[in-house]
Design a binder for this molecule. Sequence first.
Ligand code: NI
Length: 138
Amino acid sequence: MSDLARIGVAIDSALLARFDELIEQRGYANRSEAFRDLIRDELVQKSWESPDADVVGTVTLVYNHHVRMLNEKLTDMQHDHHQNILSTMHVHLDHDNCLEVVVVKGKAGAVKKIADALISAKGVKHGRLTITSTGAEL
Ligand code: NI
């Protein structure tokens, strides 16, 4: 970690009270750690705006594996982009439903396209791209 800098922040007291309540619920030890996480989250969000940025994330999918050819289609899509797919975890949730978590890495533009294609595949009940960071610049 680089040198610590101390800053003063002027904030409306009612807003601060709400913030304190929120960070207590989330289990933060202090405001500084909560502020640092908020800043890091904004920086991660910002890093994904550039299509050429190197990013990492996860795509979570819930789908019914009885939907004809869906399983095969999702697997084919992942093979087509194997250079961006690091790993896939598959969980059989119940008799009908599957949960898949796909770890994706690469240029933000490419990763978003892959995530959109997986999530919008017919038969996928719910999907979400979670964007995160390699941690190198945080
Ligand atoms: Ni399954």
